[in-house]
Design a protein around this ligand. Structure first.
Ligand code: SF4
Ligand code: SF4
Length: 146
């Protein structure tokens, strides 16, 4: 049976918040990306999101890509399987400001290609032609000019 969910402020002395969590912070990883400025930049993000199991969000003006993928060392009971040898990023993370009781309230959050494209259409000048209508260049490794 799963443990009852408790509020941070209800923790008793000596209790650890993680004991009541489903290890939310071990279910994904995220890293900053360049802020998109052009149609080409947004087209790249559209491509990221086509792969699923990922999202792009903006927090305090910084853009991030988030990949939903549980850590391979997460145990079935939501404990860390390599606690003594866990990476520094895990050691530096604290329950003080973790996502235990927040629902990812970021400045912006995009989960689908359609969402990021709608946003691009709202903020960028009108493009002459959708990129997918442009003729392919001879060199398939070159990016299309947008
Ligand atoms: S640090 Fe926060 S999000 Fe991570 S397992 Fe502990 S309570 Fe859950
Ligand atoms: S190494 Fe341990 S603490 Fe770090 S993400 Fe994996 S399971 Fe979580």
């Amino acid at each position: 049976m799963s443990k009852p969910r408790v509020r941070r402020e209800d923790l008793k002395p000596g209790e650890v918040l993680c004991e009541y969590c489903t290890a939310r912070c071990c279910q994904y990883f995220a890293f900053p990306i360049e802020k998109p400025k052009t149609w080409s930049d947004f087209d790249h993000i559209r491509w990221y999101l086509m792969h699923g199991n990922c999202a792009v969000f903006v927090d305090d003006g910084t853009w991030y890509i988030l990949i939903y993928s549980p850590c391979q060392h997460l145990l079935p009971d939501n404990r860390c399987g390599i606690y003594e040898h866990r990476p520094q990023v895990c050691r530096d993370y604290s329950t003080d400001d973790c996502e235990y009781d927040n629902d990812a309230c970021y400045d912006q959050f995009f989960e689908t290609p359609e969402q990021i494209w709608e946003y691009a259409e709202a903020i960028l000048p009108e493009r002459k032609q959708p990129v997918w209508n442009r003729p392919r260049r001879y060199d398939p490794l070159r990016l299309p000019v947008l």
